[in-house]
Structures are given as C-alpha cells and as structure tokens.
Write a protein that binds this ligand. Structure first.
Ligand SMILES: Cc1cc2nc3c(=O)[nH]c(=O)nc-3n(C[C@H](O)[C@H](O)[C@H](O)COP(=O)(O)O)c2cc1C
Length: 354
C-alpha cells in the first residue's frame, strides 16, 4: 500500500492534505472546516495557556466530529540576557521613536514551551485530540509515549536528517519534513546550529530513504500538482500553511490578506529579527530596517518577539501595519482566496487530475 493510503487510513482522512498549525492565524473554524472536508485541520496552540487551548479544542469539536491536530512549541527556554537585550533594543530604538512608544526596559517571554508546561500536557492527555504535533523540538520520551497510550497520533517537525533521527528515536509516529521554502517559523531544534537550508523536495527524499516513519512534506506546496509531486517522492501527505491564510476562516488581518494578494507576496525572507528564531514572512518595514546588514544579533526567542509585538501594537494605534509579523512561504504568490472546504476540494481535484 502506498504511504499516503496507509496514512489516510490510519487517521481516517479522505485526502492526504494537512492544514498547517499556524499560531495566531489558524482558528478552530479553519481546522473544523478542513477536517470536515476530509483533510486534517490543525490548531496552533503555541501562544495559548492550557485553558485557552482547551477552549479551542472544545470549539473545534463543536463544529466537527472529524479528527484534527493540536500543535505545541517545544523550544529549549533560554534565560534573559540583559546585555544582548539592551543591544537589540538600542538597534530598534528609531522604530520605537517613530511610533511614539517608550523603549521597553525589559523584554518578557511570551511563549511558554510545552517542555515546561505541565498544565498543557495534562489537558492534552485528558482531551486526547486525534493528533498532537511538536515544533522546535521534542518533549521527553515519556510524555510522547503517554500521549500515544492515550490514543493520540504524534508528529514532529524536522528540518534535517539529524532532527529526523531524534524524532524517530523518541518513538514519534510521523515526521513533518519542513523545507526552507516554508512560511512561518523554521522548526529547527537548535537555532544556534548551522542550518543546511534543505529544500522540501530534497528533505522529503532524504527522509523517505532514511526513516520508516510516514513523512509529511511542508514548504512551498500551494496546489494539487505540488502535492502530487511530494507523494511521488514518497511523502505520506502534504502540510500547507500559506495556502490557507486567505481562507475567510483564518484570523489573518485585512492588511495581511491585502499584502498576500499584492506584489509583496513575492518578497519573503527568512529572518530572526521578529521573534528571535528564523521565520519566513513577507518583507515589511520592520524586517527591512531590523534585518539590515551590520545589525547586531537579535535577542533570543521569544524575547525579541515581545519587542516586535510592542512595536506593532504602538504602530497599529497610528494606523500603521508595517511592523506586523506576516508569515508566508515562498509559494505565497500562488495563494488563493476561497472558503477552506472549497480549497480542500479544489486541491483534491487537482491532485487527482495531476
Ligand atoms: C502564518 C504561519 C504560522 C505558522 N505557525 C506554525 C505553528 O504554530 N506551528 C507549526 O508547527 N508550524 C507553524 N507554521 C509552519 C507550518 O507548519 C508549515 O511548516 C509551513 O506553513 C509550510 O510552508 P508553506 O507556508 O509554504 O505551506 C506556520 C506557518 C505560517 C505560514
């Protein structure tokens, strides 16, 4: 049996199509619509407390009986580094001045890692979503196994062979092969290590040969023909993020949607200046200024994100949206605007016809 057929049968899907978890952009409505249409919808819970994440799961269950994925971030937390923080804030000072906001004296860690969030783990064990996925690393093996014993299918992101080997050794069920084309945060375990920057196609092919686990292709996949190409390379399914941003069910702002439909969509950049970890988004004034040559090292994740969010909030009060994080992959110009269920249907038709 082909990898995709096995994968769909295991999860009860009609199509080998996963709507990527997108913290802040995906919603319960988006996930429910995709899952009801026979794909796998995903909830991005990285910015949620356990009660907020529970509410998101309940809201999704109220709209679909189909399986869906709950996604958490597993980054290694680093302590604040006041020297690096001050250097970064000094670099951003002209932008704070531009929007009339005081320079923060201290940056906060806005994103608690699942590695230290016991309440989130307990909530997932109790709620048992059909799929639980991990980004930026892995929880300890015992937690992975506890979720699996509870009936959750587990998935983790790899950007290279070494991360994939660690995922397999941890007993996780499937691997997301995230290529350099992908929108949003790169799932690399340790952002301090050199990045091979492998493309989705190369990484999928390497992982299909290296591992016996199902490989889910992610990065730059925007239509059914690209999904077909990934399945031909041996992928079990394709995970699409940017393709779903223009769906009316997403939480994307009007400005984000406008930019994604404009010429700006063809200028994405992978940069750590917004959050402190490499992430791909449409180039705006924040990225252009903060990521200019000769810049100091960005503060660590997620402290740098606090600075960017404060800047965006102050700018928004002036009606300026140039400091927003608008993640998008290299395939962004191919994004289509239609309801999520229709997009799944169109993708499935294209896949069949390709
Ligand atoms: C707006 C946005 C937010 C994202 N947030 C998450 C997230 O919360 N968790 C996660 O595992 N991946 C996240 N990703 C990455 C996706 O899982 C996936 O790797 C990526 O979207 C694939 O590339 P594409 O955008 O070209 O389809 C995000 C991507 C985007 C575009």
């Amino acid at each position: 049996m082909k990898a995709s057929e096995q994968f769909m049968r295991r999860l009860g899907l009609k199509h080998p199509i996963i709507q990527a978890p997108m913290a802040g952009t995906s919603t319960a409505e988006l996930a429910a619509a995709v899952s009801s249409a026979g794909g796998l919808g995903s909830l991005g819970m990285a910015a949620c407390s356990a009660p907020q994440a529970r509410a998101m799961i309940e809201r999704t269950r109220a709209q679909t009986a189909a399986p869906f994925n709950a996604n958490v971030f597993c980054h290694q937390s680093v302590p604040r580094d006041p020297r690096r923080e001050q250097q970064w804030l000094r670099h951003l000072a002209p932008l704070f001045e531009q929007v009339g906001a005081p320079l923060p004296t201290e940056l906060k860690s806005l994103y608690e890692s699942f590695l230290v969030d016991g309440a989130m783990f307990d909530m997932l064990l109790e709620q048992k979503p059909a799929v639980v996925s991990f980004h930026f690393g892995l929880p300890e093996r015992e937690r992975v196994q506890a979720l699996r014993r509870a009936g959750c299918y587990t998935v983790a992101t790899a950007t290279n062979l070494q991360e994939a080997a660690r995922i397999e050794a941890a007993g996780v069920d499937a691997i997301v092969a995230q290529g350099i084309e992908a929108g949003g945060h790169r799932g690399m375990f340790d952002p301090a290590l050199p990045d091979e920057a492998l493309s989705t196609a190369v990484l999928v092919r390497l992982l299909v040969r290296q591992t016996r686990l199902p490989v889910i292709a992610a990065g730059g996949i925007m239509d059914g023909c690209s999904i077909r190409a990934m399945l031909e390379l041996g992928a079990a399914a394709a995970q699409l993020g940017t393709a779903f941003i223009l769906c009316p069910e997403s939480a994307a702002s009007d400005n984000y949607r406008h930019n994604l439909k404009s010429e700006r969509a063809s200028h994405t950049r992978l940069t750590a200046v917004i959050s402190g970890r490499p992430a791909r988004g449409m180039v705006n004034e924040l990225i252009a200024f903060a990521d200019a040559p000769g810049r100091p090292e960005a503060d660590a994740y997620p402290f740098a994100y606090d600075a960017a969010k404060q800047l965006h909030a102050a700018a928004l009060k002036l009606g300026k949206q140039e400091f927003a994080a608008q993640w998008a992959g290299q395939g962004a110009p191919l994004a289509r605007e239609m309801p999520a269920a229709e997009l799944v249907r169109v993708l499935a038709e294209e896949l069949a016809a390709c």
